[in-house]
Design a protein around this ligand. Structure first.
Ligand code: 16G
Ligand code: MG
Length: 541
């Protein structure tokens, strides 16, 4: 077997001098550098599966919102959550092994982790629509074959669909079964839950969905076949940017990242004023809403606004279901959450807020500490997770009034509609539609629940971003020494000022965030902090 692995690996050699790292979203870079990485990730999947007694590991080939020439690969643990952190290091080690040492490093990991090579290994995988995908799949399949891993190729999927299938595969036939193990099972689960959660309510007007010219386009169109049509008061969806035939159009002038960072609609959007709009990212695990207000122009309804909407609605339902005393609801955010949203959750909604470092795995983990954990990054990645106690309460509480029965029924439906494994743009889209329909809200009413503080994000290039070390969920710098004090004194000059700087986990840069009472103050503060970071970056080399 070792000779076979080595021979296969030699067909996917590691480029000289290149150092790889399993980062916040797996390995991600220019696609032409990824061949050896994907092969080795296949070997890691084999080890991880064997370590977990033959449970199925998920592998997703995608670079999300990155440009078309990039690609990436990440691993999904059996319950559909992100790869356990300690395994990121093992993946990094194997990815960086010299070609001739590969088998040695692989066997050493196997021994160190006390993995029995005789245990069966299983994996499933999928990819997004990038042109580089099929060749990378070949590298992956070679590794899975040579490591004796049984696999299923699901072709094109959104990232959250692959997470869903991973969990379904591992829970099939058990009381924890998460759904039918097929793409069709995913659509059926979502559409049934949506109809039940809507409970006869209807949405008003159309929703324009920008699919970033990525895999979300064809998958949304597939989902629509299962959803009630406009004839019976169902959704009116206009799909735009669903071109997956022209590879260069992916994430170009469209998609969630474009809309969030540029703070404007994709130029291709023809939506009328006040019409609901949303944008997915390239692998459909993020969603951002927005609309054009005739008076105030472009209005963004980002991850923070989705989190507060969901927390409000589920909070009201648990009260109506008479469960608010026994279930703890909490909201999890990162430092990028607008200060106005944190204030709104704590002061107006009365729910605790937890702040974690950037990256889905941190938010997800913190959210599972609540019975109802609502987590969203401002950039639109998020979901709501329900504890086993919450699910039990939804399903076993005996209603004493019709209102309580209705609330319990809606909570049950939401627990099916909302993807429990990871943020899912298609599921989140249906969740928002459900809530707006129940509340009979236009996007304008949603928008005015609280007013965002003006904010600015700046990307600063420095010689070595790693000298910027943070603590307190990335909100304070501990190194370079003394920088935080200087940052604090800049912030103190601004009304409602808040700012922080952190090294990006995905790019070679430091990101500066600033917010303040007015647009010009937020811009000014961001500029000053960016200058500080630039200066510190050049002193400490
Ligand atoms: C990754 C993260 C995303 C985070 C982003 C921050 C996952 C699956 N994705 O894309 O959650 O917002 O990195 O990027 O965890 P940055 O470190 O470059 O600011
Ligand atoms: Mg994504």
């Amino acid at each position: 077997m070792d000779e076979a692995i080595l021979a296969a690996s030699n067909k996917h050699p590691k480029p000289d001098g290149k150092v790889f790292q399993y980062g916040t979203a797996g390995f991600r870079m220019k696609a032409n550098l990824l061949d050896s990485v994907v092969f080795r990730v296949g070997l890691i999947a084999a080890l991880r599966s064997r370590k977990l007694g033959g449970q199925t590991i998920g592998i997703m080939i995608t670079a999300s919102h990155n440009p078309p020439e990039d690609n990436g690969v990440k691993l999904v643990d059996p319950m559909g959550d992100m790869l356990e952190s300690s395994w990121e290091q093992y993946s990094t080690e194997l990815a960086n092994a010299a070609n001739e040492d590969l088998v040695k490093v692989y066997r050493k990991l196997e021994q160190d982790l006390r993995i029995d090579p005789a245990t069966p290994a299983k994996a499933i995988f999928a990819r997004d629509t990038r042109a580089s995908g099929p060749a990378l799949v070949k590298a992956l399949v070679n590794a899975l074959k040579e490591s004796g891993t049984e696999y299923t190729d699901y072709g094109l999927l959104t990232t959250p669909q692959l997470h869903y299938l991973t969990r379904c595969t591992n829970t099939e036939g058990t009381p924890q079964s998460y759904g039918e193990v097929s793409e069709k099972g995913y659509y059926e689960k979502l559409s049934e839950a949506f109809v039940r959660a809507m409970d006869g309510k209807t949405t008003k007007g159309a929703l324009t969905v920008d699919c970033a010219n990525g895999v979300g386009g064809p998958k949304l169109k597939e989902l629509l076949k299962y959803l009630p049509t406009t004839v019976d008061g169902g959704l009116q969806i206009n799909v735009i940017n669903d071109d997956v035939l022209n590879p260069d159009s992916l994430n170009s002038e469209c998609g969630a990242d474009f809309v969030k960072t540029k703070q404007r609609s994709p130029p291709s959007s023809k939506a009328a004023s006040n019409d609901r709009c949303c944008s997915l990212d390239g692998d459909a695990d993020r969603i951002i809403f927005y609309f054009n207000d005739p008076e105030h122009g472009f209005r963004l309804l980002d991850g923070d606004k989705i989190a507060t909407l969901a927390a409000t609605f589920i909070g009201d339902l648990t009260r109506a279901a008479r469960l608010s005393d026994e279930l703890r609801i909490g909201v999890v955010q990162t430092a990028y959450a607008n200060g106005a949203s944190t204030n709104y959750v704590e002061k107006t909604l009365g729910f605790p807020v937890v702040c974690t470092p950037t990256g889905v795995k941190w938010l997800h983990h913190a959210a599972t500490k609540f019975d109802v954990g609502v987590y969203f990054e401002a950039n639109g990645h998020g979901t709501v997770v329900f504890s086993p106690q919450a699910l039990k309460a939804f399903y076993t509480t005996k209603p004493e009034s019709p209102a309580q029965a209705t609330a319990l029924n809606t909570l049950q439906a939401l627990s099916e509609l909302i993807n429990q494994t990871v943020g899912d743009a298609l599921s989140d889209m249906l969740l928002v539609e459900t809530i707006l329909a129940h509340k009979v809200w236009t996007p304008r009413e949603w928008d005015t629940t609280y007013i965002d503080l003006p904010n600015r994000l700046v990307r600063v290039e420095v010689n070595d971003r790693n000298i910027f070390k943070t603590t307190n969920a990335e909100r304070k710098l501990v190194e370079p020494h003394g920088t935080q004090q200087q940052l604090d004194s800049l912030v103190a000059k601004f009304k409602d000022g808040r700012s922080f700087a952190r090294a990006s986990g995905t790019e070679d840069a430091v990101r500066v965030y600033a917010e303040a009472a007015t647009r010009s103050e937020a811009d000014d503060l961001a500029r000053q902090v960016a200058a500080l970071v630039r200066q510190e970056g050049s002193i400490h080399m």
